[in-house]
Design a protein around this ligand. Structure first.
Ligand SMILES: Nc1ncnc2c1ncn2[C@@H]1O[C@H](COP(=O)(O)OP(=O)(O)O)[C@@H](O)[C@H]1O
Ligand SMILES: [Mg+2]
Length: 343
């Protein structure tokens, strides 16, 4: 097959996505496909011809800090249009587009709707599931409304959120986050009142509404879903602090335990819940659900859903798939083969 792997884009997770895209592309090359990697924002001005064979694999290293999007726009003459030149044409020329994006347009359904409009086949979740899952407020409304546990929360524009209001309604410790980012961009765990204002400013820098929720104590787990079915549970144990950007993407700072050491009954419960959340949020194909496990009460708290989870060879979904005997290259090809058009 001729496959375009879409990565990059104008998203805080741009760099993470470029890494995923290059590794996805290499897996597809090893499987004998013809592959081009295209940056959604940069477009095809730079070299993005189709490659074949394994002599010339793609490479990308994630910088330690989050990307400066304003600078990237400035470097492109201030262009605010987020679909770069030539992107639609090269996507149309392929059999399948593998959506290797993370965050913003790639994850909120806009790219999927755009590809639908051109009748282009793409991988992953449909546009509606993307939109619902990407909005942490809407996904919590749907999950809580269906009778499941999620931390109590409020949302608002940064300027409308006050320390007093948060203390009264949510309490401290709490977690402050942008309403629709990923990769822990803009997320802070707040333990003291003094940290709160800084945390709100940090989240607000992502130019979205801000969500403040109760901090849930427990073991952090995440469950990959493939074709609607839960993969083995992964427990996430950062060596220090919480699962922030650095702990997510710098090697060796976080342990992933898969399958998580959770008793059989709770494992079953967690997997069923993850599948349920996936369904409630109208997701399809593959994704990942983040939860906190209160072991004492055998309870699971919904944190958020990811419709374009990391797909590097050491990312969580590939890790979970491996625990079930699905090798990285096979997983990537399986997702590519299950691509469909939204029409
Ligand atoms: N309510 C919460 N209680 C405890 N920890 C949380 C809570 N919400 C988020 N976290 C921590 O912050 C991390 C990032 O939050 P999350 O909502 O998953 O954002 P992202 O979409 O950036 O992954 C989580 O992996 C978890 O470690
Ligand atoms: Mg998360």
């Amino acid at each position: 097959m001729k496959i375009v792997v879409l990565g990059g884009g104008l998203s805080p997770e741009r760099d993470v996505s470029k890494k995923s895209a290059s590794l996805i592309a290499n897996a597809l090359l090893r499987k004998g496909h013809e592959v081009a990697v295209v940056d959604l924002y940069d477009g095809t001005d730079s070299d993005c011809d189709f490659r074949k064979g394994t002599d010339d694999l793609f490479e990308y290293a994630i910088p330690e800090t989050e990307p400066d999007l304003d600078q990237i726009v400035a470097d492109h003459g201030g262009r605010e249009e987020w679909v770069g030149p030539g992107v639609i044409d090269i996507c149309k020329s392929a059999d399948v587009v593998f959506v290797g994006l993370h965050g913003s347009h790639g994850e909120n359904g806009q790219v999927q709707a755009l590809l639908d409009a051109y009748n282009i086949k793409y991988t992953g979740c449909n546009y509606l599931g993307c939109a619902l899952a990407m909005d942490k407020d809407i996904s919590k409304i749907l999950v809580a409304g269906s009778g499941y546990k999620t931390a109590k929360w409020i949302k608002g524009n940064a300027e409308d959120l006050t320390v007093e209001g948060i203390e009264k309604e949510i309490g401290i410790p709490c977690v402050v986050k942008p309403i629709g980012c990923g990769s822990s961009c803009g997320v802070s765990v707040v333990k003291t009142k003094d940290e709160l204002v800084k945390a709100i400013d940090y989240a607000a820098a992502y130019k979205q509404m801000v969500l403040v929720e109760q901090f849930i104590t427990g073991r952090e787990i995440t469950i990959g879903i493939l074709d609607g079915k839960a993969l083995p549970i992964i427990e996430i144990v950062p060596h220090e602090g919480f699962y922030d950007y650095k702990n997510k993407y710098q090697a060796g700072l976080t342990d992933h335990i898969c399958p998580a050491k959770i008793n059989e009954a709770d494992t079953k419960k967690a997997k069923e819940l993850a599948e349920k959340f996936f369904e409630i949020l109208r997701m399809d194909s593959y994704g990942r659900i983040d939860m906190i496990y209160d072991e004492e009460k055998s309870e699971f708290w919904f944190i958020e859903a990811n419709n374009l989870p990391g797909m590097t060879n050491t990312s969580l979904v590939p890790d979970a798939a491996a625990a079930e005997g699905i090798r990285y290259d096979d997983l990537v090809e399986r997702i590519a083969l299950s691509a469909r058009s939204g029409n």
